[in-house]
Design a protein around this ligand. Structure first.
Ligand SMILES: [Zn+2]
Length: 250
């Protein structure tokens, strides 16, 4: 049991959202009850996730993709109304952290994906230093080996653009929709770049630069940061915690 404000302070100190320029508000997005005991983490505050968390007895949610993004016009209609209404009717707190949750050096999406792939960053690159890069372990010295390791760790088949088949010495990665970081990864010295999504230009860039590109799924690469952070805050504040996975093939 904890005061929601104590939980909020812990999260802000851990993730330092004021240090980021982001696409939506980080922190408490919907205010619910003040006394909290059960936090449920997930990737996205979808209706399915909110309903599953309510059924699980949550009073507080922590997600990577919250409800409010730049470009929305502010109206609570349609699907957004349904999600907000469900939270408010059940007096539930919604915490959302986007880029600060990608970037955290130990608990963030990038660090946690790296752990599962056997990668450790020794440098950062790209906008707001969101990209991670490190030396390839011997077991991941080829693009096919990296693809197979990602498939085993994430439970789905990544799309591999193989580059020129060079041995991998440096591997860069950034979770989610970071395909736009590919050129920065190449400039940072990567022999391969791992992210969630792919767009049309990356196929040509992989051929022309010789650097391998792996798209492993936006959701699949971002499943690990929110539960790591929620578990950390649950330990500190004396809360129960559970991660709820709502599958998303994208
Ligand atoms: Zn994302």
């Amino acid at each position: 049991m904890a005061d929601r404000i104590e939980v909020e302070t812990c999260l802000q100190q851990l993730l330092q959202p004021q240090a980021f320029k982001d696409y939506g508000p980080n922190g408490l997005q919907v205010e619910g009850r003040r006394q909290v005991r059960r936090i449920v983490s997930g990737v996205t505050a979808s209706l399915a996730f909110i309903d599953a968390a309510i059924a699980d007895g949550a009073d507080t949610l922590l997600v990577h993709h919250g409800l409010f993004w730049r470009g929305q016009d502010g109206r609570l209609t349609g699907w957004l109304r349904e999600r907000v209404a469900r939270l408010m009717a059940n007096d539930i707190n919604l915490f959302a952290f986007h880029l600060p949750l990608d970037a955290h050096a130990e608990l963030g999406n990038n660090a946690q994906l790296g752990l599962r792939l056997g990668l450790r960053a020794d440098a950062r690159f790209g906008d707001q230093d969101l990209g991670f890069i490190g030396s390839a372990p011997a077991a991941l010295a080829g693009a096919e080996a990296l693809r197979d390791a990602a498939a085993a760790a994430l439970g789905r088949a990544p799309l591999l653009l193989p580059g020129d088949g060079r041995p991998l010495r440096r591997i860069a990665w950034c979770t989610g929709g970071a395909q736009g970081f590919f050129e920065d990864a190449v400039a940072a010295g990567a022999d391969a770049f791992v992210t969630g999504e792919v767009s049309e230009p990356q196929a040509h860039l992989a051929r022309e630069t010789g650097v391998a590109f792996l798209a492993c799924g936006h959701h699949a690469t971002e499943r690990y940061g929110a539960p790591a952070v929620a578990e950390w805050v649950a330990q500190r504040c004396g809360l129960q915690h559970r991660f709820i996975e709502i599958d998303n093939p994208a």
